[in-house]
Design a binder for this molecule. Structure first.
Ligand code: OFO
Length: 163
């Protein structure tokens, strides 16, 4: 049985994961409309991962006799100046998500909820991978540079979004 404070923070995370999914979907659609098929493919995969994360929270809350409320998702931005700005935003967003996962773990510790402490570890590890995978993309982008975006777009096709 989840304690009310833990249930509340987990329900809030459903919204954050859902927002992440829609944010990356919006970015994918923008990239596709700009002819960057590789970037779009990476972002569509990332959007799917986030949907899967959202579902994990829904399932866990209900499994622990809580009630997973499905939230409204606020509208994502729809335009970015360029893909440098876009990927910086992806990294900043993942850092924000990592902080909120840490908050969940800290609360689970405070509330002596050992099951949630154990369960949320998967996300702690996942966030390390996600931040690292976005950083890899940014590093490549900086190496290849503004004049070779076609090459970058082909190259990113070989990179998998974090799972
Ligand atoms: Fe990108 O992260 Fe979900 O958790």
């Amino acid at each position: 049985m989840l304690k009310p404070k833990v249930e509340k923070i987990l329900v809030e995370q459903i919204q954050k994961e859902g927002y992440s999914s829609f944010l990356y979907l919006s970015m994918a659609s923008w990239a596709e409309s700009k002819g960057m098929a590789g970037v779009a493919q990476w972002l569509y995969a990332q959007a799917e991962e986030e949907k899967m994360h959202m579902l994990k929270f829904v399932e866990y809350i209900n499994e622990r006799n809580g009630r997973a409320i499905i939230p409204a998702i606020e509208k994502s931005p729809e335009n970015w100046k360029d893909i440098f700005v876009l990927f910086d935003e992806v990294l900043a967003h993942e850092q924000y998500i990592s902080a909120s996962i840490n908050d969940i773990l800290a609360l689970a510790v405070k509330e002596n909820d050992y099951a949630t402490q154990n369960w949320i570890q998967w996300f702690v590890t996942e966030q390390v991978e996600e931040e690292s995978s976005v950083q890899t993309v940014i590093d490549k982008l900086n190496l290849i540079g503004k004049n070779n975006l076609y090459i970058f777009d082909r190259d990113i096709m070989n990179l998998r979004a974090a799972e």
